[in-house]
Unconditional design. Structure first.
Length: 373
């Protein structure tokens, strides 16, 4: 039987731009933005399910991060290089966003708007993605999923690393992976209690994205992916079933787009690609800058004028943040090769990419009133 393989192999996806992945990011980001901003109007019911963008994001994150890891051998050095690359890619925009959030809170307080007190320990916990686990209130309502994303990445790599060390058969590894997915679904349904701030109730969505990638690179059978998706979908009648249906639909669309050679055709229009490009910045900026702009506009305009101001402020600030903060961070992160230094220097091979920015994490989305706790 085949062991878990970490040989350097070139898959069919290497070097391809998967525009559909970027387009889905844009769709999910807009869902979340409208969930928050339209939710403040009299027609908020129209977007009250926008929080389901989180399911889309988590599936995309599993797909993308699994592609980044690829078939590389896992080691302490790889884990360090991977972590450094993710830190440069995600932390710089995130930390600057925290600074903006704190500055706007100070400004709002001076304008007479009540603001919660912020402690230094609370800020420090945010900087290392531990605020949920340590029980601190979020500075911005969107930050909680970043804590889960970091845990997703570590869990995937540690699982693969353990399988490598134990020389586990690939079939046994997938069996354990599927079992963990099943337990995670039960946690998502609140059948299994989980400490606050841990990723386990959401692991199943990330795992679906990983299974989809492994299926498309012929490491997992189509039947295995279909079976896992059906099991998840059949739980839709339970608590938070809309999350699981959305995640299964996203997985199906990814699979079909690839099999129909539509990864460069579906959602490839300029608007979808633009929104996909700025999706992480849009995730960070809309609940801070967009929300603040909408709140200020409500003093002078009706709800529709204020909504327009909020959406425009969200998109414009996100584009500026992408151009001057996020994109330079992406470029800087590309200087960190996932290969050992001696191989990177000798081969000068560009890392495997999915879409234009395969190593960009799918931006998480904010917790809404209907999201699982």
């Amino acid at each position: 039987m085949k062991q878990v393989s970490f040989a350097q192999t070139k898959s069919e996806m290497d070097g391809k731009r998967l525009k559909f992945v970027d387009g889905l990011r844009g769709v999910a980001a807009v869902m979340v933005m409208l969930y928050h901003q339209v939710g403040r109007t009299s027609v908020g019911a129209l977007t009250h399910r926008g929080y389901l963008g989180v399911a889309i994001f988590f599936v995309l994150s599993g797909f993308v991060i699994t592609a980044v890891v690829g078939a590389r051998p896992i080691s302490a050095g790889f884990l360090g290089r991977f972590a450094l690359r993710r830190m440069i890619r995600l932390d710089i925009p995130y930390w600057l966003n925290i600074v903006v959030a704190l500055a706007l809170m100070v400004l709002a307080a001076r304008m007479g708007v009540p603001q919660p007190s912020i402690r230094l320990a609370q800020v420090a916990a945010h900087l290392v993605y531990l605020q949920e686990i340590l029980g601190y209130a979020e500075i911005s309502r969107v930050y909680w999923t970043l804590c889960l994303e970091v845990q997703f990445y570590l869990a995937l790599i540690l699982l693969l690393w353990c399988a490598q060390i134990m020389r586990a058969q690939w079939s046994w590894f997938i069996a354990v992976f599927l079992a963990l997915m099943g337990v995670s679904v039960l946690a998502n349904m609140n059948w299994i209690p989980t400490p606050a701030g841990l990723m386990f109730p959401y692991w199943w969505a990330f795992a679906l994205g990983a299974l989809c990638y492994w299926t498309l690179t012929n490491r997992v059978s189509v039947g295995c992916l279909v079976g896992a998706a059906l099991v998840v979908a059949f739980t839709a009648a339970g608590r938070h079933g809309d999350w699981r249906l959305t995640a299964c639909a996203t997985t199906c669309f990814l699979f079909l787009a690839w099999r129909r050679n539509a990864m460069d055709r579906w959602l490839a229009d300029r608007v979808s690609q633009f929104l996909g490009r700025i999706s992480y910045s849009l995730y960070l900026c809309h609940p801070i800058i967009g929300w603040s702009a909408q709140s200020l506009a409500l003093r002078y305009f009706n709800q529709w004028g204020a909504l327009s101001v909020g959406i425009v402020a969200s998109v414009v600030s996100s584009w500026l943040a992408y151009r001057y903060i996020e994109r330079p961070s992406i470029n800087l992160s590309h200087h960190v090769s996932l290969k050992p230094r001696h191989l990177a220097a000798r081969e000068h091979v560009e890392p495997v990419r999915v879409a234009q920015r395969v190593d960009e994490a799918a931006p998480p989305v904010p917790r809404g009133p209907s999201t699982p706790s």
